[in-house]
Design a protein around this ligand. Structure first.
Ligand code: SF4
Ligand code: SF4
Length: 475
């Protein structure tokens, strides 16, 4: 048997070399001996015994050399020539549902110009469908969640919109009913919601705090940035309405961390300033950023140079995150936490995200969709909560989204975490949920490499910090 090097991405962290193994998603810290072994095999394939003898001849103790070769083989950094290949693990059949995103309404009291639900790139076809979810559909949705999540100990409901709080009475009824159902099924259930913050009131805040409902507020930073596109239908900015309400939310809701979610658009790319404002001036626990999902020709689309600028600022914040982690402090830049969580879990994705698998969306009509972004879209419907998932539709969606179908991704080292990227983004850009998001590849590889280096530094100097990621859900 001849050993050859497996596919990997090499990186350095804190002066130490690491291998990111593809497609397994493992991270291997190299010492001088393993570096030498890999270099020898890179020169030409080696018989394991010959490799061991070469390491011994180079001055290594026989026991150390043996252990080194065994470690490299068991980590799959070295593999038999023409022998086993690392296949991406397939999700099991009947994968149990973990999260149901319930769109309580498709109505919104803001008119954010970039909104994927109402903007020029919208995929929803809400005509003739209910605008607000009613109790019967809500109960069917909860029943569907418990039926589909069998085998799990916990399930999660995320409330979404439109503007979620425009249907707050239904949210409360769903919480009551799903708690009853959770008791009957012997399961644990928890909740979160996303809101634009404009409708928060003292009684709502009290309810969210008492019921430990996680809250994410969509907000784009200081007034002049937030109000560029996050406006009411009369064009008035939303910042002055949101901020006092959010301050009250942060003061009174202590049972779950409160997060902000920023959409970056052309002209709203001042990441560091936005982060400082939302984290330090307003007081959010975490702030996450996502470039707007759009066709490239929209006025609010960020061009390639804008994305480079965003990545440079992400890098600065990511190093701040690393420094805080080395002091054992949480920093609050959630883009880093999310990627580190995936790297720590050694994820190697068959599909880009949980949509259509462990996560589903349901619209006010009860139609099931792969996730909240496809709610109310006839083209992407996967069933109805009264009848359940249509297995053929689900199979077709997951089939085209599988990493093995994305030709361009087969030689990309970032595929264990990317797997082609968001289906919704792919649909908006290429008209096909199964298309790889090739316009983002440089960004994804640059970001993943940066997070690998930060992961390596934290793993070397403060490994205890990585325990934070044991439980953190990879989105
Ligand atoms: S979309 Fe691009 S970055 Fe992502 S796995 Fe495919 S080739 Fe790699
Ligand atoms: S990554 Fe895209 S497709 Fe997946 S859940 Fe998020 S929005 Fe939906």
């Amino acid at each position: 048997m001849q050993l050859q090097v497996a596919e990997f991405h090499q990186f350095e962290a804190g002066g130490n070399p690491f291998l990111y193994l593809v497609p397994s998603g493992g991270i291997f810290a190299m010492d001088a001996l393993s570096q030498k072994a890999v270099a020898l095999v890179q020169e030409h394939p080696q018989d394991p015994l010959a490799l061991l003898e070469a390491l011994v001849a180079g001055g290594a103790a026989r026991e150390d050399a043996k252990e080194c070769v065994e470690d490299l083989v068991s980590a799959r950094a070295l593999r038999p020539e023409g022998g086993w290949q690392d296949a991406v693990e397939e999700p099991p059949a009947n994968f149990p549902l973990q999260t149901l995103v319930i769109n309580l309404t498709n109505q919104c009291n803001l008119s954010c110009q970039y909104c994927y639900e109402f903007g020029e790139d919208k995929v929803a076809t809400p005509e003739g469908k209910p605008k607000f979810m009613e109790i019967e559909t809500a109960k069917q949705s909860v029943d569907f969640l418990f039926k589909q999540s069998q085998g799990r100990r916990a399930a999660h409901i995320t409330f979404f919109g439109g503007e979620t709080l425009m249907n707050f009475p239904m949210l409360k009824q769903i919480v009551d009913y799903s708690r009853e159902q959770a008791r009957e099924h012997g399961m644990y259930i928890d909740y979160s919601l996303t809101t634009n913050g404009t409708l928060l009131r003292p009684d709502i805040i009290e309810y969210l705090a008492e019921n430990a409902i996680g809250v994410t507020v969509s907000m784009d930073g200081p007034k002049e940035l937030n109000d560029k596109l996050r406006v009411f239908s009369n064009g008035k900015g939303s910042y002055d309405t949101i901020v006092p309400k959010v301050r009250e939310l942060l003061a009174k809701h202590k049972s779950r961390p409160i997060a902000a979610r920023v959409t970056l658009t052309n002209g709203v790319t001042d990441v560091i300033r936005i982060f400082r404002h939302l984290k330090d001036d307003i007081g959010f626990h975490e702030v996450g950023f996502a470039p707007v999902t759009t066709s490239p020709d929209r006025l609010y689309a960020i061009g390639p140079s804008g994305l480079d600028d965003v990545l440079a600022q992400f890098e600065q914040l990511a190093y701040e995150y690393r420094d805080a982690a080395l002091r054992n402090e949480l920093h609050g830049f959630s883009n880093v936490s999310d990627t580190l969580a995936e790297l720590h879990q050694g994820i190697s994705k068959s599909h880009p995200c949980g949509a259509g698998l462990g996560l589903l969306g349901v619209g006010p009509s009860g139609d099931i969709s792969p996730c909240h972004r496809f709610v109310d879209s006839d083209e992407h419907k996967l069933g109805h909560v009264s009848e359940g998932l249509d297995p053929e539709m689900q199979k077709a969606f997951l089939g085209t989204g599988h990493i093995n179908t994305k030709y361009d991704c087969q030689t990309c080292w970032a595929r264990p975490v990317c797997a082609g990227g968001c289906y919704h983004e792919a649909f908006v850009r290429y008209g096909d949920t199964g298309h790889a998001n090739l316009h983002y590849c440089d960004w994804i590889r640059g970001w993943t490499d940066l997070c690998l280096r930060i992961y390596g530094e934290i793993a070397t100097h403060n490994p205890g910090f990585l325990n934070h990621f044991e439980q953190r859900k990879a989105a």
